[in-house]
Design a binder for this molecule. Structure first.
Ligand SMILES: [Zn+2]
Length: 173
């Protein structure tokens, strides 16, 4: 099944997105979305370390960003679902995946009740061509792991997600 009214491939032509990989993106850790908020799944530091590789830990638990084109999901075209590497919650369907060809996984929408948002301040360290004071951060509703960001470019809003934060399972959508 494919989304009937939307092209699965978009061409943003955006220097803003293309430039994302040009600088170290500093993001806030996702553990504090609000006072008193309790994630459904919590793990000790040792448990997170045991579950995730060092590189994945730096993304999911420290708000890091993978090198663009480092995950094959930026150009994955199989039908299926993407789940959080931190807790296995299904986050995105391939139905809504789009391909701006800048090296990360992009989705028009998330699955219902899957994504929470935060604000990352001054995320573009060392970049002088983008004037942004903050950016919307996307993290897992169930375990709080950092996934990526939600970007509005022109008239398009997309979830720009680290492939390393996801596990893909092929299947009907
Ligand atoms: Zn999760």
């Amino acid at each position: 099944m494919t989304a009937p009214t939307l092209s699965r491939r978009v061409f943003l032509g955006s220097t803003a997105i293309a430039a994302l990989g040009a600088a170290q993106i500093r993001t806030a850790a996702a553990e504090t979305p609000g006072d008193g908020f309790q994630y459904e799944i919590t793990r000790s530091e040792a448990e997170w370390r045991a579950r995730l590789s060092e590189a994945d830990y730096n993304i999911l638990r420290k708000g890091g960003t993978e090198e663009k084109f480092s995950s094959p999901y930026w150009n994955a075209h199989d039908d299926g679902q993407y789940a959080c590497k931190g807790c296995d919650l299904t986050l995105y369907s391939s139905v809504w995946q789009v391909y701006p060809d800048v090296g990360w996984a992009f989705f028009r929408h998330a699955e219902p009740n899957a994504i929470l948002m935060g604000i990352d301040g001054n995320p573009y360290v060392g970049m002088t061509d983008i004037r942004v004071l903050s950016i919307i951060e996307a993290h897992c509703r169930r375990c709080g792991s950092h996934l990526g960001h939600i970007l509005t470019v022109g008239k398009t809003t997309l979830h720009c997600i680290n492939g390393a934060a996801l596990n893909f399972t092929t299947g009907p959508v």
